[in-house]
Structures are given as structure tokens and as C-alpha cells.
Design a protein around this ligand. Structure first.
Ligand code: SAH
Ligand code: SF4
Ligand code: F3S
Length: 473
């Protein structure tokens, strides 16, 4: 059993004091910090906290690497490709450091939770000054100050490879610099207990722990009051929210409570594990005023044999039942999914089952991945006889099907008028604004930038595989 550990107010205040000491150290001239984020929304949310801390420490935030006195890289370990990109970019910082020896390089995020990766960074990426994991974001100021105090020592002595990877932390009240004034992440839980056989997340993010409902509601009220229009609840598996809390609350209960907050805003959430997506959830969504009629319901595979080996705890028929129930509760449901191609031992017959299920369900959008072995997960040591080339052929076939279905779904919007949230500027012409339908479909709009942050009725005039195009109705 893991230890749930709530950070105390005292501990938080101590971190504020570390911020103050850093502020004094860098007060002699403006210092700039850049936070580079990889991976999922959980990481984007953590990066907002890192930016919050850095701001409190007196740093100015920048996007320009040339200008930065501190670079924090928030890493992802979910697939090999992500890790390679991170290591390449971290290695390249050596050039920056040659020009500016005072540059501080901090590497955080999921990659650093793997002991072998900590060793690798320590031994082969000498440009890195500080390594910390997602469980240590709450104490970033303390780790940063220690790193600064060690700077200038000879040899390796200055490098702080942070404390033993910890677990089970729940921290409230941390500062946050949000990326957008319209859309907000709201993390409701952290970690994952599912141990899908291919997935590294449970190992790097630790056991599931939920924030208290009162804290989540208070944050949500604050967001609505501050004018946020689009709130996305985050968790690796939001459907198991509430496990281990003293309060008797599950995810649909939480959603129903959040929905009561008055205001004009949309509530979204991700991700839902199909095994825990219940009728109660679909009913609450269907009845709610604010909840988007969108579910991201990762399928992973359409083959019962492979689903079993993935340790997913549902089968093809069960998945289809969930989809039918969700569509009964929300006839206008937008459904998106994730699929892995080439899981060890997958055969052409298994892949064909995935393809047929994809056709049968008709997803609005799909995220497709080729299996990537992750050290320490059961799937990494399963026999995997299918060649990369063959997997690529299957993958291409799946992407073709996904694109065709998305294009068809999008074409059906043409001529309709949709209420959308104008959420940002694209920097392109003539479609200078990006918007989202309540179901989360991307709409490009040509209109006045002052509309950002407002809900508008838009007539859809055109569509592609990826997006809709419209004009003000
Ligand atoms: N908690 C979420 C997200 C997990 S990671 C969920 O359960 O859906 C996002 C997606 O990455 C997964 O849904 C899966 O499709 C993919 N993924 C995870 N591990 C992978 C691996 N080892 N190889 C390829 N894709 C993987
Ligand atoms: Fe990974 Fe499965 Fe947990 Fe999602 S539910 S994070 S795929 S172990
Ligand atoms: Fe990657 Fe960690 Fe998210 S491994 S997908 S950043 S939880």
C-alpha cells in the first residue's frame, strides 16, 4: 500500500522562502527561464506550476533559448521516440552552456523517474545540473536553490541529481502560470493503478491519488470567476477518481458538483478507461449543462486476445456496449480514441479486428501509435516476431481508415451552425482564429481577434480531415 502524503501549509511556505532567496541571488540583472514541455496534458499542467515557481523566484519567462539563463525540460517516457527527442535536445544545450557557463539546465518529468535514465543523464549528459521527477515539482524552489548553491564547485560536485524518486504526493496551493486565459487544465488526480502491460506511466507517475473534492471545486470556481471558458479535468484514468479518499465520491459525482458552478463555460475531461466508464457517467454528462459531449475512450486494440495481453479488462463486445450506452445518453457524442499497432504477438487477424471495430464505431478522431517497448513493463519482454516494416504497413492502413472516417464525420458538419468557443489566434490568414465546438472539434474562423474568449455561433462552410471552417452566423 502506498503512502498518500499531503504537503502541509508549512512545507509550502518553506518553498516560498526558497523562492525569496533565489530572487535575491538573481536580483542584480534580469534572468530569463524557459520551460520546454513534452508528453501529455499532465505534463503541460506540471509545467504551468514550474513556470509559477520560476516567476515567484524572480525569473522572467521566455520562449527563446538564446535568451534563457535557465532551461527546464519536462520530459515524457511513454514511447521511445519521445525519449530520443528529449535526449537530443538536452544534449544540444551543451552549445548554449559553452557560451553561457552560468546556464542552469534542469530536467524533470516522467523520464527521470526511471533509475536507468537518471544514471544515463548523470553519466552522459553533463550539461544537466538538476534532475527531478514529477513528484518533486512541489519542491522545485528548494532543489533549484541547492543547485545554485553548488554552482561553481569543481568537477561534478555542483550537480544535484535530486532526492530519491518519491511517490504519493498531493500538493495544494502551488503557484501556476497558465498558458491561456481561456482554456485551463484542472488536475483532479495523479498516477495510475492499471498497469496496462505496455505502459510506463504507472511506474513513473506512481499510484493513483485523488485530490479532495473541496479543493477541486474551489479551484474550478476560481477559474470560472477569472473568466476561463474551457476547463479540462485531468487524470490518467479520471473514471477511478475518488479511490482512497475519505469522502464518498466518484467521478460522476464530482462532475455533477462541478456542473453546478454557475457561468458560461465548458467542462471536459481526459482520460477515461473503458473498463471504468459507467452508465452513471454517461447519464451525468447527458444531463449536465456544461459538460462537453465528448469522450476520449482509448480502445488500444479490437482483438480480444490482444486486449487480454494488454491487461485492459474489457473485450470488444464490452467496448461496443459502452459506446452504445454513451450514444444513447448523448446522441451528439463526439468519440475519440487511442490505438496501438504491433503489440507483441499481434497477428494480421488481430489487426483486422481492430480495423473492423474502427469502421464499426466510427471515431471522430484517432491517435495511433506503433508499439514501443518500455523497459520494466511486461510487454517489453514478450516475443515480438512481426517486423517493423510489417507493423508500418498495418499502421498506414489504420491511419488511412482513421483519416477517411474523420473526413466523413467532418463533412457532415458543413451547412450546420455550431456554437463554438473562440480560443485563440492562429497567426494565419484568412482563417485567423481557432475555435472549438462543444464536442472539441477544431473550427477555423475568419473574424475579429477581439472575439477570443467568447462563445459564438458559427456556420460551417467547409471541412477537411483535420478541421472545420466557418463564418460568423
Ligand atoms: N492514461 C491514458 C494515456 C496513456 S498514454 C490512457 O490510459 O489512455 C497515451 C497513449 O499512448 C495510450 O492510450 C496508448 O495508446 C499509447 N501508449 C502507451 N504506451 C505505449 C507504448 N509502449 N507503445 C506505444 N503506444 C503507447
Ligand atoms: Fe497507461 Fe493503462 Fe494507466 Fe493509461 S490506464 S496510463 S495506458 S497503464
Ligand atoms: Fe508521458 Fe508522463 Fe504523460 S510518460 S504521456 S508525460 S504521464
Amino acid at each position: 500500500m502506498y503512502e498518500r502524503r499531503e504537503i502541509t501549509t508549512q512545507e509550502r511556505l518553506e518553498q516560498q522562502q526558497f523562492c525569496e532567496r533565489i530572487r535575491q541571488r538573481i536580483a542584480h540583472r534580469p534572468h530569463y527561464a524557459l520551460v520546454d514541455t513534452y508528453g501529455c496534458q499532465q505534463n503541460e499542467s506540471d509545467s504551468e506550476i514550474l513556470r509559477g515557481w520560476l516567476t515567484q523566484c524572480g525569473y522572467l519567462l521566455t520562449q527563446e533559448e538564446d535568451k534563457a539563463d535557465l532551461v527546464a525540460v519536462n520530459t515524457c517516457a511513454v514511447r521511445e521516440h519521445a525519449e530520443k527527442r528529449v535526449l537530443g535536445n538536452v544534449g544540444a544545450l551543451a552549445h548554449r552552456k559553452a557560451k553561457n557557463p552560468e546556464l542552469l539546465v534542469c530536467v524533470g518529468g516522467c523520464m527521470t523517474q526511471q533509475p536507468s535514465m537518471r544514471e544515463k543523464i548523470k553519466n552522459s549528459y553533463r550539461v544537466v545540473d538538476l534532475v527531478f521527477g514529477p513528484h518533486e515539482v512541489w519542491q522545485f524552489p528548494e532543489l533549484l536553490l541547492k543547485t545554485m548553491e553548488r554552482q561553481g564547485r569543481r568537477g561534478d560536485k555542483h550537480r544535484l541529481i535530486a532526492a530519491e524518486p518519491s511517490q504519493g504526493v498531493v500538493a495544494e496551493g502551488l503557484p501556476r502560470e497558465r498558458d491561456s486565459a481561456v482554456k485551463a487544465w484542472l488536475s483532479i488526480m495523479n498516477g495510475c493503478d492499471n498497469f496496462c502491460s505496455y505502459c510506463i506511466v504507472p511506474y513513473v507517475r506512481g499510484r493513483e491519488r485523488s485530490r479532495r473534492p473541496a479543493d477541486i471545486l474551489a479551484e474550478a470556481r476560481g477559474l470560472v470567476q477569472a473568466g476561463y471558458k474551457d476547463i479540462t479535468l485531468l487524470g490518467q484514468n479520471v473514471n477511478s477518481y475518488g479511490k482512497g479518499l475519505e469522502e464518498d465520491v466518484d467521478f460522476p459525482d464530482l462532475l455533477a458538483e462541478l456542473d453546478k458552478i454557475p457561468g458560461d463555460y465548458v467542462l471536459r475531461f481526459m482520460t477515461s478507461h473503458p473498463k471504468d466508464a459507467t452508465d452513471k457517467l454517461f447519464q451525468v454528462m447527458g444531463r449536465s449543462e456544461h459538460c462537453a459531449h465528448h469522450i476520449h475512450l482509448p480502445l488500444q486494440s479490437g482483438s480480444d486476445r490482444i486486449l487480454k495481453q494488454m491487461n485492459r479488462h474489457y473485450d470488444r463486445a464490452g467496448y461496443l456496449e459502452k459506446v452504445a450506452a454513451a450514444r444513447r445518453a448523448m446522441p451528439d457524442l463526439v468519440l475519440t480514441t487511442d490505438i496501438i499497432v504491433g503489440f507483441p504477438g499481434e497477428r494480421r487477424e488481430d489487426f483486422d479486428e481492430t480495423l473492423s471495430l474502427v469502421e464499426q464505431v466510427g471515431f471522430d478522431a484517432m491517435f495511433t501509435f506503433i508499439f514501443s517497448p518500455r523497459v520494466g513493463t511486461p510487454a517489453a519482454s514478450m516475443p515480438d516476431p512481426v517486423t517493423r516494416g510489417e507493423k508500418q504497413v498495418w499502421f498506414d492502413a489504420l491511419v488511412d481508415a482513421a483519416n477517411r472516417i474523420s473526413a466523413e464525420k467532418h463533412a457532415a458538419y458543413v451547412g450546420q451552425t455550431c456554437r463554438v468557443l473562440v480560443d485563440g489566434e492562429t497567426g494565419q490568414s484568412p482563417y485567423n482564429l481557432s475555435c472549438r465546438t462543444k464536442g472539441g472539434r477544431l473550427v477555423h474562423l475568419a473574424a475579429d481577434p477581439s472575439l477570443v474568449g467568447r462563445f459564438m455561433d458559427v456556420k460551417i462552410t467547409d471541412s477537411t480531415t483535420w478541421a472545420l471552417y466557418g463564418e460568423l452566423a
